[in-house]
Design a protein around this ligand. Sequence first.
Ligand SMILES: [Zn+2]
Length: 114
Amino acid sequence: MDHRARLDDERRSLLRAIAVRDADVAGIVAAREGSNVDDEHDPEGSTIAFERTQADHAAANARRRLAAVEAALGRLDDGTYGVCEVCGEPIAEGRLEALPATTRCVRCASGRKS
Ligand SMILES: [Zn+2]
């Protein structure tokens, strides 16, 4: 499996997801401005605030994953991809297949001191 191709795919889908989330947040903000609700007293106002929090959270999540994928692409460029950042051992191929942006081998990721 070509890790770069997988990471590129993931990067593209995350960028799409982020664009969708941004549109969601913009839509929620627009709906709120249009409805002229009072957040403190209108039950619908707090629903909109909740939706917005959820959308912001999802967008932040996607951005974090995107940063991890871009860092992995950088490691492919400088030849350090697939090497555990903690112990310096190669990360198992199966783990890279499952988690192409991972920076740690199974042992280090699980937090055990070898
Ligand atoms: Zn390790």
